[in-house]
Ligand binder design. Structure first.
Ligand code: NAP
Length: 460
């Protein structure tokens, strides 16, 4: 009876997870998606509590309390700008749980392990183990605890593939002889070492994509755990996690014009020798103040606002909303152009603008935005850099070459709000700042946008 109830709860949880992913694909339904995911997780936990093999709850409650003690402060206090590394840390915890369950099951089930379960457990600890250390390394790189640049050496791929080969050979060995505990230990150690080696050659620029990929590995590890424990909800949730993480990584690669082979083996993040150094560029730039900016905006029919990472750093989204309101009061039509990798995580700009109550129908995606930009009177670039860099179209040697960008340089006038001539994430200069139709408004985004709002008000 208890088992039947658990299975029904698992099916309900699985359905909620599917709907959660579906709803999270659009900003209008995303909140519902999050709630569905949370409800699904609650049902999955309750379903596990009622299973007949759970006979005492003390350690489960201790575990729940320990998890909440870590999770609640992480959710409450980590700033939006640190979200990629926070996600990496969560993956590390999830994968550590899967790995530890795999090791515990191996010990508990000896000496009656069948081949199928042995292979499944081996893949669980392989994927789980490499995700733990890989995610911790990604966290450390993004948090600046260790050097973010790629570290490469001769024969690196051979070393990495050898460690992976040791793990895979161990799995074959265990399939033949599941009692070889030392070999199981070797598989766990090889997985953990492989996780570190995998991330060492990858630069900070590719880290969010790698995190999506690690998410996928953690999901697949959970699928294996589901098979080992005969737990349907783990299989469903793991498969969803595994596939959605993989799809997200592919979408991000496309948006940055990168491919998987490069990310995993290419040491991206190194600045190419031919790319221009932002600081060393002594070509003239035209800079102005908020009064000049307001004058340029005065009378504009179509204004396209391009937010980027700097808006997130400055937490300027509410001021940006005020700017859009002020422009509309002045008779301008305003749209927000959202680049898929603006900021530091997928959907970063959508989340911030939604927080400031910018209506969803004002946000446009890349293709539509570029169409609007070619007709726009003014483009206002707020703390965005790489996603507007014309070198992506014109400079084959540039690290951003081929990346689809927002063509702000095609607007009648461009206002760029940033603090200095410093580069963005890719570490390269931006020709946009030297174009005759560009005016730089130097300063913190929140402050400059605030001044623009006041000056527009005075003009209006
Ligand atoms: P970006 O190229 O990193 O540039 C952000 C700019 O904001 C900087 O040049 C900086 O210039 C300015 N800034 C920083 N703090 C500011 C403040 N308080 N006020 C005003 N300006 C400020 O940002 P992006 O154009 O959004 O491009 C995102 C980059 O991240 C891309 O290279 C993308 O490939 C990469 N990336 C994104 C994702 C993702 O999922 N979104 C994932 C991986 C990689 P100053 O210092 O001069 O102010």
């Amino acid at each position: 009876m208890r088992d039947t109830v658990a299975q029904y709860l698992y099916i309900a949880a699985g359905l909620l997870f599917v709907f959660a992913i579906k709803w999270m694909t659009a900003p209008t339904t995303a909140r519902r998606g999050v709630l569905a995911g949370e409800a699904g997780m609650l049902l999955a936990v309750v379903g596990t509590f009622v299973r007949p093999e759970i006979t005492q709850y003390t350690w489960i409650v201790v575990g729940l309390m320990a998890g909440a003690a870590i999770g609640v402060p992480l959710a409450a206090f980590v700033p939006m700008t640190a979200m990629p590394q926070r996600t990496a840390l969560s993956h590390a915890f999830g994968a550590a749980a899967a790995t530890l369950v795999g090791v515990a099951e191996y010990i508990l089930r000896q000496p009656h392990l069948d081949r199928f379960t042995m292979v499944v457990l081996s893949f669980e600890v392989l994927l789980g183990g490499l995700t733990v250390t890989g995610s911790l390394m990604a966290f450390a790189k993004l948090q600046g605890l260790i050097q973010g640049r790629p570290v490469t050496y001769r024969g690196q791929n051979i070393v990495n593939l050898s460690v992976l080969a040791i793990a895979l050979t161990g799995i074959v060995w265990l399939a033949i002889d599941p009692s070889a505990a030392a070999v199981f230990a070797v598989v766990v150690v090889a997985a953990v070492v492989f996780g570190v080696l995998l991330i060492v050659p990858i630069g900070g620029a590719d880290m969010p994509t790698v995190i999506a990929l690690l998410n996928s590995y953690a999901g697949l590890s959970s699928v294996a755990m589901g098979f080992a424990l005969d737990n349907k909800v783990l299989e469903i949730a793991g498969a969803l996690d595994g596939s959605s993480g993989f799809i997200l990584a592919v979408v991000m690669c496309r948006a940055m014009n990168r491919n998987f082979r490069n990310i995993l083996f290419g040491a991206f993040g190194q600045v190419s020798a031919s790319s221009k150094d932002a600081q060393a560029d002594d070509r003239p730039v035209r800079s102005g103040n908020s009064i000049d900016g307001a004058a340029i905006l005065d009378g504009a029919r179509l204004v396209v606002i391009v937010p980027g990472y700097g808006m997130a750093v400055a937490q300027a989204q509410h001021k940006v909303r005020e700017l859009s309101d002020a422009l509309e009061r002045n008779g301008s039509e305003v749209r927000f152009a959202i680049h898929p990798v603006a900021g530091r995580m997928p959907g970063h700009m959508n989340v911030l603008l939604a927080e400031a109550d910018v209506p969803y129908d004002r946000m446009v995606e890349l293709a539509e935005a570029n169409d609007l930009l070619s007709r726009a009177d003014v483009a206002i670039v707020i703390g965005a850099n790489d996603v507007t860099n014309p070198a992506a179209r014109t400079e084959p040697g540039s690290p951003v070459y081929g990346m689809p960008i927002l063509d702000v340089d095609r607007a009648g006038s461009v206002l760029v709000i940033k603090r200095s001539m410093a580069s963005g994430f890719a570490g390269i200069g931006n020709d946009l700042y030297h174009l005759p139709n560009t005016t730089m408004l130097f300063g913190d985004a929140k402050q400059v946008v605030g001044s623009l709002v006041s000056d527009l008000g005075e003009n209006g």
